[in-house]
Design a protein around this ligand. Structure first.
Ligand SMILES: [Zn+2]
Length: 150
């Protein structure tokens, strides 16, 4: 949590107490750099649900998305921390509109948007799973779109 006054990331908790009838924890923090104090609240993150293509609902799983993205990046020059950052961005983006439910298409779209700039091979691998390519023609079409976007 960055200090709202000076932007430093190091701070310590000086007070911690239950809030909102026990559904949150309020923490007073002191910045180690400028000594300003500020307040943070810790709350349970609402479970994000995913509507699958077959209509079923399942809980969003960060490890599952990470392994899906990692699989598309196998043997590619992309580090594990880049994968984690990508997945975190996708999750943030999905949660940012406040919806309790997203579709697997939305997740796939968010991932592809980011893979496009990261690694083209991984992008095509992920797209072939996500878009359920029916054959080489679909693959060629996607490749052409990718190239025309540059
Ligand atoms: Zn500060």
């Amino acid at each position: 949590m960055l200090c709202p006054t000076c932007g430093a990331s190091d701070n310590r908790v000086v007070d911690s107490r239950p809030a909102e009838d026990g559904r949150a924890i309020r923490r007073r923090r002191q910045c180690e750099t400028c000594a300003d104090r500020f307040t943070t609240y810790e709350r349970l993150e609402p479970q994000l649900m995913v509507r699958k293509r077959n209509g079923r609902l399942e809980a969003f799983s960060t490890p599952k998305l990470t392994s899906g993205v990692s699989a598309s990046l196998a043997d590619r020059p992309v580090s594990g921390s880049q994968v984690e950052a990508l997945v975190a961005e996708v999750e943030d983006s999905l949660r940012s509109n406040g919806a309790a439910q997203v579709t697997s298409e939305e997740i796939g779209h968010e991932v592809l948007e980011r893979l496009k700039g990261l690694d083209e091979v991984a992008y095509l691998r992920f797209a072939s799973v996500y878009k359920e390519f029916k054959g080489a023609a679909d693959f060629e079409k996607e490749l052409a779109e990718l190239e025309s976007a540059e």
